[in-house]
Design a protein around this ligand. Structure first.
Ligand code: 5GP
Ligand code: ZN
Length: 144
């Protein structure tokens, strides 16, 4: 029997996460190695390795939720910009092989790293997830 991937374990509540937002098709939680505070990952509930396996419907849902999460981090964190990207294949830098989108708050003068090796403080991550969750719920009506 194959072991489910990391994000499938998070989706199955077998591994922990700091949750931000949930839909029928996606789950958004914080990256535990944040490239910047508030770094979110939007993952499909269905396991797809990458963009080449994911269905157009699920890819477009992730796009829709990315917009909501971009507005959420911009409003809540008052950041200067927001980076949205995803990686496909080890050659492109993908490290977790379950389709997902990064949403990263950016500020002028900060280094533009994609990945960080420094794990976030669990209490800070939890407080950030709760802030973004509240803001996302409050903004949903505006974005939908
Ligand atoms: P990728 O490199 O595949 O585009 O992104 C995978 C992301 O998952 C990385 O930014 C990495 O920091 C993050 N990550 C790795 N392990 C964990 C984990 O256990 N929990 C969470 N929430 N994120 C993780
Ligand atoms: Zn998976």
């Amino acid at each position: 029997m194959t072991v489910p991937c990391l994000f499938c374990r998070i989706l199955g509540d077998v591994a922990p996460c700091h949750p931000v937002h949930d839909t029928r098709y996606t789950k958004t939680f914080l990256d535990i190695f944040p490239a910047a505070p508030g770094h979110c990952l939007i993952v499909t509930k269905q396991h797809y390795r990458d963009i080449f396996e994911a269905t157009p419907e699920d890819i477009s849902m992730v796009g829709h939720v990315s917009t909501l999460i971009a507005h959420t981090v911009k409003q809540e964190l008052q950041c200067d910009g927001v980076g949205i990207f995803q990686l496909n294949g080890a050659a492109a830098g993908q490290t977790v092989f379950h389709y997902h989108m990064h949403v990263i708050p950016r500020n002028e003068g900060e280094e533009l790293a994609i990945h960080s090796r420094v794990q976030g403080d669990p209490d800070e991550l939890q407080a950030m997830a709760e802030r973004l969750n509240r803001r996302a719920l409050a903004m949903h009506a505006e974005i939908d």
